[in-house]
Ligand binder design. Structure first.
Ligand SMILES: Nc1nc2c(ncn2[C@@H]2O[C@H](COP(=O)(O)OP(=O)(O)O)[C@@H](O)[C@H]2O)c(=O)[nH]1
Ligand SMILES: [Mg+2]
Length: 320
């Protein structure tokens, strides 16, 4: 039996092996994605992002316990774009999530950068698909959030929790717009520390301004809730889970969830198209003398890039 069939039959080892192929960008990935495609779309994807040390892994552990208490199986993907290895942070994640390492209905996988950052985002999306096809009704993506890659990763979630700590007050000021764009819920963790109330008041003010502004999404009526949590003490976690469910219900009440997923699938197609076309065009450019000359002219500065693109495309379209 092939790996995909075994995975679809519930074989966790087959799932782990397929995830490794996705991580290594094996040539088999397109065939795997084609096979699992009919089984996709059942999982709900939760994203947890925030600065290093904010308590994301601890929260994921507590949220997983809450979901498990209701019988739901959970797939967890911990992504660390800053790390080229599965190194220290990930080991820490495993310790933080060890409550669930013996639970057959929880599957934890860590991913680090291999090659390009853009590739990490696509690989994460494909791991989500594998876990979805396997049958996890909940998938949680944990990622350290700031840069573009992290944004690309977290945008694959249906609901995103941004985790902040009282110490992140200054950083919040500088990245407010970006935070409002990704957050569906704010969790101010380590609420046992000084400054938590101040940060929550700041966030609530900003959230309300955002809610009434033109840039806030209008497909659902949603003012981003700001919650206090103490992940280590399991305080505020049931409330957080309740808000996650409320956000999910809002998305599922109308067409918002389906529309957002459609937009994501379309963006994925466009991204793949651009990548594939570029690769094919560049292959021909290198193989053909006339085309190589155009590339050299742009490289050397004699020809502007717009004219270069125009000439290359005109040449290729004439000789398909
Ligand atoms: N004081 C306090 N410490 C916490 C809380 N939540 C997590 N921590 C600690 O913060 C550290 C980093 O937590 P971790 O979950 O690994 O953060 P991550 O890097 O965001 O995944 C650990 O030592 C946790 O025990 C909290 O609510 N209060
Ligand atoms: Mg972590």
């Amino acid at each position: 039996m092939d790996l995909v069939t075994r995975m679809l039959d519930g074989d966790r080892l087959a799932l782990a092996r397929l995830i490794t192929r996705v991580e290594n960008r094996s040539d088999e990935v397109p065939a795997v994605m084609r096979k699992i495609h009919p089984r996709l779309g059942r999982a709900y994807v939760l994203g947890i992002t925030g600065p290093p040390g904010a308590g994301k892994s601890t929260l994921v552990d507590r949220l997983t316990a809450g979901l498990r208490a209701e019988g739901a199986a959970v797939g967890i993907i911990a992504v660390d774009p800053s790390s080229p290895f599965t190194g220290g942070a990930v080991l820490g994640d495993r310790i933080r999530m060890q409550t669930h390492t013996l639970d057959a209905d929880v599957f934890i996988r860590s991913m680090a950068t291999r090659g390009s950052l853009g590739g990490l985002s696509r690989a994460t999306g494909n791991v989500v698909k594998l876990m979805d096809a396997f049958g996890f009704p909940w998938i949680i993506i944990e990622t350290v959030g700031v840069g573009q890659t992290e944004l690309d990763i977290i945008k694959q979630a249906d609901t995103t929790v941004v985790t902040l700590v009282p110490e992140s007050g200054d950083a919040v000021q500088t990245m407010k717009a970006g935070l409002m764009e990704v957050a569906d819920i704010f969790a101010v963790n380590k609420a046992d520390r000084d400054g938590a109330h101040q940060l929550m008041a700041d966030l609530r003010f900003t959230v309300h301004l955002h809610y009434t502004s033109a840039v806030s999404p209008k497909d659902i009526d949603w003012e981003i809730p700001v919650l206090a949590t103490q992940a280590v003490n399991d305080t505020g976690v049931p409330e957080l889970l309740a808000q996650i469910r409320r956000h999910r219900a809002a998305l599922e009440a109308g067409e918002a969830l389906e529309k957002r997923r459609q937009a994501r699938r379309r963006a994925e197609l466009e991204g793949l198209l651009v990548e594939e076309l570029t690769a094919q065009v560049m292959e021909r450019v290198h193989a053909d003398e006339d085309l190589s000359r155009i590339l050299e002219a742009v490289t050397g500065g004699a020809l502007d890039p717009y004219s270069g693109v125009g000439e290359i495309l005109a040449w290729i379209l004439r000789r398909p």
